[in-house]
Ligand binder design. Structure first.
Ligand code: GAR
Length: 216
């Protein structure tokens, strides 16, 4: 068996996606290790989850820096200590700058609560309801310099009922997210999903369209 994939997970809040990854690792479903959980928010509940599971916790509080570049630089220095194979953004609510993204090009993943490219940015659930959408979903994508703009690797969908509130959609989305992130990381660990600078392959086929989670 190959060595476990080394992950750094970056969060800002509740950390339920972090929890789903921890659980998948602990039950042997995913051959990875989380070498650190980093939060920009010292009060993030996800830090307590990390502590409970004996994981290294680091805080890089954006309030303590004079501007985004200084914050990014400190975040980068913190991440570098752990030499991750991949950086997993799991509810990290800051925009990363170019220097950080270039330092880990093709190695930063983000989960976003919409079917990208629809509903980039914030409040995706309420915006979908306001638009009377009949379907909403979740995307996992590579992070590039455009906001929520990198190549989408995996996409999941769920129906929106007429009476659904934003909270209902958030609940449906989370249920999907907690299956999707561990599964995608498992594919990376097993080399089923390969991300190279010039091409992305899934199960030895060139990935031209996002993988549809409901179909795998
Ligand atoms: C998740 O729903 C994730 O998709 C979203 O934040 C939530 C974090 O939940 N991310 C974004 O909106 C990023 N633009 P969690 O802290 O319980 O994992």
């Amino acid at each position: 068996m190959s060595r476990p994939l080394n992950l750094v997970v970056i969060i800002s809040g509740n950390g339920s996606n972090l929890q789903s990854i921890i659980d998948a690792i602990e039950c042997g479903q995913v051959n990875a290790q989380i070498s650190a959980v980093i939060s920009n928010n010292p009060d993030a509940f996800g830090l307590s989850r990390a502590k409970k599971h004996g994981l290294v916790q680091q805080v890089v509080d954006h309030h303590c820096f004079d501007g985004r570049e200084a914050f990014d630089q400190s975040l980068l220095e913190t991440v570098n200590r752990y030499r991750p194979d991949f950086i997993i953004l799991a509810g990290f609510m800051r925009i990363l700058g170019s220097a950080f993204i270039q330092a880990y090009k093709d190695k930063i993943l983000n989960i976003h609560p919409s079917i990208l490219p629809d509903y980039k940015g914030l409040n995706t659930h309420q915006r979908a309801i306001d638009n009377r959408a009949i379907e909403h979903g979740v995307s996992i994508h590579l992070v590039t310099e455009g906001l929520d703009d990198g190549p989408v690797l995996l996409r999941g969908r769920y129906p929106v009922a007429a009476q659904d509130t934003a909270e209902d959609l958030q609940r449906k989305g989370h249920a999907l997210e907690h299956q999707m992130y561990p599964r995608l990381i498992q594919w990376l660990c097993d080399d089923e999903l390969k991300i190279r600078p010039d091409e992305i392959t899934f199960k030895q086929q060139l990935l031209c369209q996002p993988i549809e989670f409901n179909h795998v």
